[in-house]
Design a protein around this ligand. Structure first.
Ligand SMILES: [Zn+2]
Length: 433
């Protein structure tokens, strides 16, 4: 008998002896799901009704008080223009309310207002309030089309992808404006800031492209020598298209979080880009670190040229170099590099570039010390933050972003990742063109 071939073995493993049967679905939806749906259907109408009643209560409490014109502050109260039906979509579905409108009788003013809408804090557009915030939440996590479908599955409210987009844009714009104003406030030298009573010993800033991550490492709370365990809190700041503004946002965030005390060391991990070190000077008590992996990659460029791609000698040379760098022996490494005799012009240029790079940055390459202090030596944290903040939502197939659209979405994603989503309850949606 011949041995079974590969094909025989495949058939034995994958093809059942009898003909394939169509899979079956349950005849009936399980009772518990039915009951859950029943309760939901039963109470949705009631919740909507109750919401309507509560709105009417607010309206009743206000009626009979003709407002004073906000625009011209006329001594004549505004004149009633009757009630108009306003429809908006709430967390429980579409709702219509008769809203009293007033108009200023002063000549040339003509200002109109709807005190009920103002009292309720209803924003422009048909979707506002709680539903707008829930839609925005879905929209910052998944594409808008999918978010609209999820909204129906979760809340039973039918909305279009465009509505989700609009909620994200309006809330994102509000959020962006708020942090920009806060940055301006903290950047103003006239702003008096109270020094926080309990600021951390060290704050580690990692700067990468358009995303920026921050971590607080509280060395006093460290329980073991493992640097990883010293990370206690993290906050993210992003800034798209306005790289120069990054440090202003960062400065304001640090104050907002009360992370900048008189003794706090601000640790900045950078990839060697000059603008980062220039802006970092705003922190008087700072420690600059050249990202270890950038330093190593720079050396690899030379090693590959001298020893060839994948060469064992090159690997050994690199392994010694990175061990020495990690051990804080950057001076010794530079001295050794200076003793190398390049074999060609290209190699000489690469070598000189490498020596210059290490020499310029040697004060930022005391890696043994940084590791001992628990500061970390690489910007891996910010790179992973970058992925979390932007790539996970924004770098999907076929996606194109306008700069303003991307910035607003980013503002909301950062809010979510910083665990600060509830702040949106206290921001009014901004009009978006
Ligand atoms: Zn007026």
């Amino acid at each position: 008998m011949s041995r079974p071939t590969k094909r025989d073995r495949f058939i034995a493993a994958h093809v059942a002896p009898s003909a394939a049967q169509a899979p079956t679905l349950l005849d009936e939806i399980p009772r518990i799901i039915q009951l859950e749906r029943e309760v939901e259907d039963e109470f949705r109408g009631q919740m909507m009704q109750r919401l309507k009643e509560k709105i009417e209560d607010v309206d009743r409490a206000m009626s009979g008080h003709a407002p004073v014109c906000e625009k011209c502050h006329s001594s004549h109260p505004m004149k009633s223009r009757g009630r108009k039906k306003r429809t908006f979509i709430t967390r429980f579905g579409e709702i219509s309310v008769w809203v009293q409108t007033y108009r200023c009788i002063e000549e040339g003013c003509g200002h109109t207002c709807r005190p009920l809408m103002d009292a309720l804090g209803i924003e422009t557009g048909r979707i506002s309030g709680m539903l707008a915030r829930l839609l925005a939440l879905l929209g910052v996590v998944v594409p808008y089309e999918l978010a609209a479908r999820l909204a129906f599955l979760f809340f039973g409210v039918e909305v279009s992808a465009m509505s989700v987009w609009r909620s994200v844009q309006r809330l994102g714009a509000a959020c962006e404006q708020y942090s920009e104003e806060l940055a301006r406030y903290h950047a103003d030298p006239r702003t008096e800031v109270e020094e926080p009573a309990e600021a951390p010993d060290a704050v580690v800033l990692g700067v990468d492209g358009c995303a920026l991550g921050m971590q607080v490492r509280d060395t006093s709370e460290r329980v073991s020598t493992a640097a990883r365990q010293s990370v206690v809190r993290r906050a993210l700041v992003t800034c798209l298209g306005k790289a120069d503004q990054v440090f202003d946002l960062l400065w304001s965030k640090l104050h907002e979080l009360c992370w900048l005390g008189p003794k706090t060391v601000v640790v900045i991990v950078g990839d060697g880009a000059e603008w980062i070190w220039n802006r970092a000077k705003m922190f008087s008590n700072r420690c600059e670190i050249l990202d270890f992996w950038h330093a190593v990659e720079k050396a690899w460029e030379f090693a590959r040229l001298r020893y060839g791609q994948g060469s064992k000698v090159g690997e050994k040379w690199m392994s010694r170099l990175s061990t020495d760098l990690r051990g804080g022996k950057v001076e010794a490494v530079i001295a050794r590099l200076r003793r190398i005799t390049p074999s060609c012009e290209e190699e000489r240029e690469k070598l000189e570039g490498l020596i210059r790079y290490f020499d310029t940055n040697k004060q930022r390459m005391r890696y043994d010390e940084y590791l001992r202090l628990g500061y970390g030596i690489g910007s891996g944290a910010v790179e992973s933050a970058h992925k979390q903040v932007t790539h996970a939502r924004m770098r999907q197939a076929g996606m194109r972003w306008s700069e303003s659209g991307a910035r607003r979405l980013l503002a909301l994603r950062v809010l979510l990742l910083n665990d600060n989503w509830s702040m949106l309850d206290r921001l009014m949606m901004a009009p978006v063109v």
